[in-house]
Design a protein around this ligand. Structure first.
Ligand SMILES: [Fe+2]
Ligand SMILES: [Fe+2]
Length: 375
């Protein structure tokens, strides 16, 4: 029997709210607490951020740091229900973000250093260098596993993790558009136009992803699973935002997108094949099917017209273009490895925390602490 996306659909919540944030340490607790009030000075926040960085073994896997970055970044996206938008550019939040980002970027650069070419790459060689990075990536293949052996629960978990980005798909790299000019800008706009459905809301990739989530029985409410995903998943999404929000990292953003596009078509074919094997309908597989076709084109545009032309226009960005691509491959590979390891023993990466749930309730201007073993 074919499974139908609308019939299996999960509970529908509000379309764009992050209702509950469960703190994962002192810094995220402070943010979840204070952001429910009117904007006001938070003189201790930067020192809390500094302490979090000092205490962290690695920012990529530190839940308090990654959740705090997610909360700070979300203020630039659709933000939280009833949170005052003036928080977005609050100087004390900026101070904390700068501190976290410096450590986060440092850890990303350390992570990918072994992947980068030993010798300098000429601007004309950037597209080839990107292809070499992709070829050399030896991360385990989620696509191969899911196509042959994936269960409905494993697909649901994959989409839960990926909902941290794909429900707002393409927004992170869109921030790079005004930072570019000429041919690379035109190339990025061409890619992003497709990601946003070329003017058709029902073909926006974020919309197609939401349909797939419902097909898997998930709740497609924006941010619904924030409390369930581990730090590395938040780091995966935060990497894109870090690159997109900083003009100085425009090369990394372009390289990151190029790597995503260059490693999309084949895995998405496998994801769709596995869903069909499990009996899911065309609505549920459409997000993946769409990427098979679209990204076969996007990878050429991204490697040559975006990254290649950007390198030619601004040769000093070559290293960052390759850094961004290597970061995309490394973090994606780390999430894949963690998932496959967990699944091999019948486990999951979701909902491992057992902390109180904080309900942001700005209507009452306070916070409800609700005991819960799982968000
Ligand atoms: Fe897409
Ligand atoms: Fe794409």
């Amino acid at each position: 029997m074919q499974r139908n996306a609308t019939a299996v659909g999960g509970a529908r919540g509000s379309d764009h709210l992050l209702r509950r944030v469960r703190p994962r340490g002192p810094l995220s607790a402070e943010l979840a607490d204070r952001l429910t009030a009117e904007p006001q000075p938070l003189p201790d926040l930067e020192s809390l951020a500094r302490e979090a960085v000092t205490d962290a073994t690695c920012t990529l896997t530190d839940a308090d740091i990654q959740l705090s970055l997610t909360v700070l970044y979300e203020l630039h996206y659709r933000s939280f229900d009833d949170i005052d938008d003036r928080w977005e550019w609050h100087p004390d939040l900026m101070g904390a973000a700068v501190c976290l980002e410096a450590a986060f970027e440092g850890d990303l650069r350390a992570l990918v250093a072994p992947r980068l070419p030993a010798d300098p790459v000429a601007p004309a060689g950037v597209a080839d260098a990107l292809a070499d990075l992709v070829t050399a990536d030896d991360s385990p293949s989620l696509g191969k596993h899911l196509a042959r052996h994936g269960t409905t629960a494993q697909y649901a978990e994959l989409l839960t993790h990926r909902s941290m980005y794909h429900l707002r798909e393409a927004d992170s790299h869109t921030w790079t558009i005004p930072r570019l000019a000429g041919p690379p800008k035109a190339a990025l706009v061409e890619i992003q136009a497709d990601e946003y459905g070329s003017g058709r809301a029902d073909w926006m990739h974020s919309t197609l992803f939401a349909v797939s989530m419902r097909g898997l029985g998930l709740d497609d409410s924006y941010g619904r699973y924030l409390n369930d995903v581990p730090a590395i998943t938040l780091a995966w999404a935060n990497t894109m935002t870090l690159f997109g929000l900083h003009r100085r990292l425009r090369g990394a953003s372009a390289g990151h997108l190029a790597a995503l596009e260059m490693t999309s078509s084949l895995p998405n074919r496998r994801y769709a094949d596995g869903l069909r094997r499990l009996g899911f309908d065309a609505d549920t597989t459409r997000f993946f099917d769409e990427h098979v076709e679209a990204d076969a084109v996007h990878e050429q545009i991204a490697a040559h017209d975006l990254a290649g032309r950007l390198a030619t226009a601004e040769p000093r960005l070559v290293e960052d273009i390759l850094f961004g691509a290597a970061a995309a491959l490394a973090i994606d590979g780390r999430v894949a490895a963690d998932l496959l390891t967990a699944w091999a023993s019948g486990g999951s990466l979701l909902g491992s925390a057992s902390l109180p749930v904080t309900t942001i309730s700005a209507n009452r201007g306070d916070i409800d602490l609700v005991s819960s073993s799982r968000g």
